[in-house]
Design a protein around this ligand. Structure first.
Ligand code: ZN
Length: 151
């Protein structure tokens, strides 16, 4: 006589585990961006010497090489500059979203940011569509800027 040592639970299908998104690395250089996000605002570096706005955070101005900068708030409005549709998740946290849109957003102030647009139907996305920032608290990440198509 054999004994089945497995419990009834062991025969059930495992519940899909919710995998949190990998979080961004917050550094001293990007702290102004994250401080603004905590206040539900977008902000990018502004060169103190030539006023150039830049994103992602960088130690030196790409135009005049000054390392003095402040933080400038943005409108949060822009448009789809470019996009791609991901048909495979590069990380398990995106498995449930495929296919999904990854877009480069050009903000009214001229700087660009990359963001996934998980609520957008990939069949309905188009270059030039207007977008606006919103903020969401994501598991394991805190507050994050998110973009929504507004037309
Ligand atoms: Zn500069």
């Amino acid at each position: 006589m054999t004994t089945d040592s497995k419990t009834p639970e062991a025969h059930q299908q495992p519940t899909p585990e919710i995998v949190p998104r990998p979080g961004p690395k917050r550094t001293e250089l990007s702290q102004g961006f994250w401080d603004a996000v905590e206040n539900k605002q977008l902000a990018v570096q502004k060169c103190s010497a030539c006023d150039l706005l830049r994103h992602y955070p960088q130690p030196h101005c790409p135009a005049c090489h000054s390392n003095d900068f402040g933080w400038a708030p943005l409108s949060g409005r822009g448009e789809i500059y470019s996009y791609t549709v991901a048909h495979r998740a590069f990380h398990p946290a995106w498995n449930e979203h495929v296919p999904y849109v990854i877009a480069t957003i050009e903000l009214e102030e001229g700087v660009r940011m990359v963001c996934d647009l998980l609520e957008v139907d990939p069949e309905r996305i188009a270059i030039g569509q207007r977008v606006e920032v919103d903020f969401a608290e994501l598991p394991g990440q805190g507050w994050m800027p998110r973009f929504e198509v507004i037309d």
